[in-house]
Structures are given as C-alpha cells and as structure tokens.
Ligand binder design. Structure first.
Ligand SMILES: NC(=O)c1ccc[n+]([C@@H]2O[C@H](COP(=O)([O-])OP(=O)(O)OC[C@H]3O[C@@H](n4cnc5c(N)ncnc54)[C@H](OP(=O)(O)O)[C@@H]3O)[C@@H](O)[C@H]2O)c1
Length: 279
C-alpha cells in the first residue's frame, strides 16, 4: 500500500504545529481528559479564556508528566478584551490559569465589534509575543479582508487563522487565502460538533475504507494540506482513533464527494453581532 505524503505537522513562520490537536471547549473541568489526551499522544491542545477550560488544561498538562516544551498550547483572548490594557490583563490571567510561562499560540478569539482600532489590538498581540508570553500569534474568526488588515497593521507576523471547517462548510476561499498569506488554517468544529455522524455519504466511504467516520472526515481535512484540526472528545476510544489518520488515503473521487457535502446552512458558530461577514 502506498504511504500518503501528508505531514503530521503544519508550519508557518517557524511555527511547527501538530496537525491533529485536541479541542477543549464545553469540556468543563477537563484535567482528566487532557491528561488522557496527552497520554494517548496528542501534543497540541486548544483552549481559550472564554471556554473556562484553561485551569483544567494546566492541571492536565502537569498531571500528564509530558514536558511543557513537547506541547503546542494555544489559548485566545476574548472579544471583550481587545483594548490594549484589557488584552494584556487577559493574557496574564490565561497564563496564570494554565500555570505556564508562555503559550505556543495566542489568538484574538473574534474580531472586534466595538470600534476598537485593529492597530491597537494587533499591537497588543505583538507585544505579548515580544514579551515572551507567546511564541506565535494568530487570529480566529476573521474574514479574509480582516485577516489582510490584521497582517498589514500587526508589528509581528501572523502564523494561523483558526476558523470553522468541516464537510458541511465550504472554506475553499479561506483556505486559498491562508496559503497565499502564509498562514496555517486551524480547523475548528472539524466534526461539525457531531453533526457528521450518520451522514450516508461519509458512512459509505468509512465502510469502504474500514475506518471510522471521524477518521474519514479528519483525513479529508489533512489531505487538503496546510490544515491543522482540533477535534474535541471526552471519549478515550474516540480520542485515540482521531489521531490515526496518517496511514490511509482518500481517493480524488472520495475527496470530491466529501467536499460536495457543503451546504449553504452548514455553518455552526455564527454568533449574532460578533460574526463578521463570512467569505
Ligand atoms: N475559535 C473558535 O471560535 C472556536 C469555536 C468552536 C470550537 N473551537 C475549538 O474547536 C474544538 C472542536 O470543536 P467542537 O468542540 O465544537 O466540536 P467537534 O470537535 O467538531 O465535535 C465534537 C463532537 O464530536 C464527537 N467526537 C469527537 N471525536 C469523535 C470520534 N472519533 N468518533 C465519534 N465521535 C467523536 C464528540 O463526542 P465524544 O466526546 O463522545 O467523543 C463531540 O460530541 C473546540 O473544542 C475548541 O477547542 C474554536
């Protein structure tokens, strides 16, 4: 069987990001789950101040015994804190919650809706990097025009855009923009928050490949290239299988059939008043 040439890391501007990461929203006090994820081999953990999971992530990391430097740790500053002073306080609170000196990736969680100048937020993001509080920086939920503006005004290079991506949402324009702009696309809700399960097309492909449906969806993301995905699970069996997506290959026809599942109402995270005009 030919070995598919899909790297298990994605990279941009020197950031080396494990292509399959572990999401922690809605997990509550998640220290056991995070420790389990690390034991199973995850080395990329995604959290955010807003999720309330930072303390659990920090406890889980320490309980796992995995050295801090082996873990790619992401957190995010919430949209309420995009003024420079608020931003700096939020970063410090996140580091204290996580009980770490630095994170590997710091994101602006959603673009501003309060007339806060992009320059101010991007300067605060760059300052966190220059102070060693994060190794890399990125944005989440920005549309392409906002990403371009952020890159233009940010004193430090951006490395990632984190945005929703799964088979029910066409993100081809955004993925192309990430490639053009040198950003890794970090795919959140990669399993459409569970909505993919039971899909007849995905079920048929999974049966043919003798793989789980989740593995087929994650493989479809990996095979597009330049994508890191962060599935969330509280089930150790699911957690383990989501890591096993680098030893099989989808055909061009299977890739196309999965991409064709995209639909106009496929988007899940679309908070009114906070979401930008999506591409
Ligand atoms: N930047 C943002 O604004 C933003 C927004 C949303 C999410 N995110 C990030 O993205 C992460 C993932 O998104 P999400 O949590 O919304 O949803 P998701 O990962 O798309 O889906 C999670 C659901 O899939 C199930 N699941 C996971 N792996 C499975 C497997 N191998 N087989 C069967 N079921 C499986 C989980 O159930 P079990 O627990 O039973 O496995 C859970 O119900 C979040 O946790 C968060 O870190 C970021």
């Amino acid at each position: 069987m030919s070995q598919p040439a899909v790297p298990q890391f994605t990279s941009a501007s020197g950031a080396r990001i494990p292509a399959i990461g572990f999401g922690t929203s809605q997990l509550g006090d998640c220290h056991d789950v995070v420790a389990k994820a690390l034991e199973l081999g995850y080395r990329h953990i995604d959290t955010a101040w807003k999720y309330g999971s930072e303390k659990g992530v920090g406890i889980g990391i320490r309980a796992s015994g995995v050295p801090r430097e082996e873990i790619f740790l992401t957190t995010k500053v919430s949209h309420e804190y995009l003024r420079a002073g608020d931003f700096a306080r939020s970063v410090d609170e996140s580091l204290a919650n996580l009980q770490v000196d630095y994170v590997d990736m710091l994101h602006v969680h959603w673009p501003t809706v309060d007339q806060i100048p992009m320059e101010e937020t991007m300067a605060a993001l760059a300052k966190a990097k220059r102070e060693g509080k994060t190794r890399h920086i990125g944005v989440a939920n920005f549309n392409i025009a906002l990403v371009e503006e952020a890159i233009r005004v940010c004193p430090e290079p951006l490395d990632t855009l984190q945005a929703e991506y799964h088979p029910y949402l066409d993100q081809s324009k955004v993925l192309a923009a990430c490639r053009r702009l040198g950003l890794v696309f970090t795919a959140y809700c990669p399993l459409a928050r569970g909505r993919v399960f039971g899909d007849p097309v995905l079920t048929a492909i999974a049966a043919r490949k003798e793989r789980s449906l989740a593995q087929v969806v994650l493989r479809w993301l990996m095979q597009q290239g330049n994508i890191s995905a962060i599935p969330r699970s509280a089930n150790p069996h699911h957690m383990a299988e989501s890591l096993q997506v680098f030893d099989f290959e989808l055909s061009a026809d299977e890739m196309a059939r999965i991409s064709a599942l995209a639909r106009a109402d496929g988007r899940i995270a679309n908070p009114q008043g906070r979401a930008p005009a999506w591409d």
